[in-house]
Design a protein around this ligand. Structure first.
Ligand code: ZN
Length: 348
């Protein structure tokens, strides 16, 4: 099972956009689009809302100018940015069909001006977690690109909207396909979530024990996972599976619910700079910031002050609570939900 919600992405819309895939035994794929708009935060917000209103959401909205990443729906279900090909529901082809709208125009390929950062790498990590190969089976995205039905039905990898049969849009334009893959080499997938497949591509000068040290995995484990036997030779370009190996990710932090409640009740009334249980509060503040509910200016102060209470109340409303149930004082259920999404455990 791959990543369903990308933890680095902010949530857009209501969280439910499609349904089960029609051909889950067909290979996994990605479809790239451009929004035919400008980039930047104002465009992200406006287009982000528009795609929901128009009910043509992709899974992902990405801003190549700022590396901002949003997600509308779970990656293991369909999105709805494609037209059907006759009776074939192209949105539902494959094990996954991850659709990405990039803020930009097909006429000026975004890869010539983009600034991919950590969020882009997180996106590629999630894509690879489904086994989508680093390949473009339908070739380039220039005008007149191939929309071959057999290729679409049988090959996994990266496609443009311009490659999908039964569709007539030619976005994302003639982007640099290799740059998409190179901007997030598989080996930079450090800290990939447990349960998903992580890999390492062997570089010049690497040894098996060196790779093990770098990835925090016993080299013997890597050897047995990949069927490598004495004299344990690896070659440049070889992709090593690390799945099932001891993860190098740090232990999941724990937030004590009673500490947090005490902080949320006390900190807003304290003199400026007063904090209660800052270690617990900081973890929750970081999670609220990742949700787009708390600005960076407040996200690291460790004080559950009025701004943090307001942000937590917004999270509670997002969880479906209203009225006094969304008062900004953390409860067990809403905190566990936040922790499950943003990587902490709750001690209640
Ligand atoms: Zn499109």
């Amino acid at each position: 099972m791959g990543e369903i919600w990308i933890k680095e992405a902010e949530r857009l819309g209501g969280g439910s956009i499609g349904g089960a895939m029609d051909s889950p035994s067909a290979p996994p794929r990605v479809v790239w689009h451009t929004t035919e708009s400008g980039a930047g935060n104002a465009a992200f917000n406006a287009v982000g809302k528009y795609l929901s209103t128009a009910a043509s959401e992709p899974h992902i909205l990405y801003d190549p100018a700022t590396d901002r990443l949003g997600q509308y729906g779970p990656l293991n279900q369909s999105a709805r940015a494609l037209r059907n090909d006759g009776s074939t529901r192209t949105n539902r082809t494959g094990k996954v069909c991850i659709q990405i709208e990039v803020l930009g125009r097909a006429g000026s390929p975004f890869t010539s001006t983009w600034k991919p950062g950590p969020n882009f790498r997180a996106l590629m990590r999630a894509i690879r977690s489904w086994g989508v190969p680093d390949a473009w089976p339908a070739g380039n995205c220039a005008p007149g690109a191939s929309r071959n039905r057999t290729t679409w039905a049988t090959k996994g990898g990266h496609y443009g909207h311009c490659h999908v049969p039964g569709n007539d849009h030619w976005d994302p334009g003639n982007i640099d396909r290799a740059a998409i893959l190179k901007a997030a080499p598989p080996s930079t997938g450090s800290g990939s979530s447990s349960g998903s497949t992580s890999t390492y591509t062997v570089k010049s000068g690497d040894t098996l024990s060196g790779v093990g040290a770098k990835m925090g995995v016993k080299w013997q484990t890597i050897a047995s996972l990949n069927g490598i036997k004495a004299p344990y030779t690896i070659v440049v370009g070889q992709v090593l599976k690390l799945k099932g190996a001891t993860p190098s990710t740090p232990a999941t932090p724990t937030v004590d619910l009673s500490n947090l409640i005490a902080a949320a009740r006390r900190d807003p009334g304290l003199a400026q700079g007063g904090t209660t249980h800052p270690a617990d509060v900081k973890i929750v503040e970081a999670a609220l910031q990742a949700e787009g509910l708390l600005s960076a200016a407040y996200a690291k102060d460790g004080s559950f002050g009025t701004v943090t209470v307001t942000a937590y109340a917004a999270w509670q409303r997002r969880c479906g609570y209203t009225g006094s149930a969304a008062d900004g004082i953390p409860g067990k259920a809403s905190l566990e939900k936040l922790g499950a999404k943003r990587g902490f455990k709750v001690k209640a």
